[in-house]
Design a protein around this ligand. Sequence first.
Ligand code: DCP
Length: 228
Amino acid sequence: MLSVASNISKMSANNVKPFTVFVEGNIGSGKTTFLEHFRQFEDITLLTEPVEMWRDLKGCNLLELMYKDPEKWAMTFQSYVSLTMLDMHRRPASTPVKLMERSLFSARYCFVEHMMRNNTLHPAQFAVLDEWFRFIQHNIPIDADLIVYLKTSPSIVYQRIKKRARSEEQCVPLSYIEELHRLHEDWLINRIHAECPAPVLVLDADLDLSQITDEYKRSEHQILRKAV
Ligand code: DCP
């Protein structure tokens, strides 16, 4: 498998511009399930979030380090998240549609924003991450045509997180999920940041698995018409 660095250096050779969709929503909102729903269709490139890369960078579990000692590791973790997200943004797709889980934008406006506000990040660390984000925005094309926002209630995703029991997330309190919810709403619904890079389609992702397929289907038209 190619490393992130070698992927980025090979991208410029490909000029294809697919219709690009970011799938956003709180932790446990069903982003991966949403992407899996689209696996049945041809002509779509699916890029799931590189959580496994965050859990194993040369044998180091950055996600675990970040949750265990946020003040020490949040900067390192978010810096690596930015690199892996940039890799996904720049990865060429030979299909008419590219669906990707999360983006550099949710990393900056939800997670890094939270870590800045609650002082997990030192102002100097926040400033460096913010400068990287601005530099990328101004110098590297990040295509975005649609954002699918899987809107959830914090109490529901909190229960899902407990149930799926990802070991690193066992310490996550409800208050963190509530804060992340507010930050997603501020970014995608209340538009408090200057940039929301694409129109937003809001889906009700509180529904359980037996009903969610119908809700996912509501987005098919907007996404798949680009694939014909
Ligand atoms: N994470 C983080 N900072 C980011 C992105 C993610 O701290 N910039 C953390 C939060 C979670 C883990 O990484 O502990 C994965 O979170 P996601 O919401 O991105 O992915 P999920 O696997 O929860 O998505 P879903 O359950 O919606 O499929």
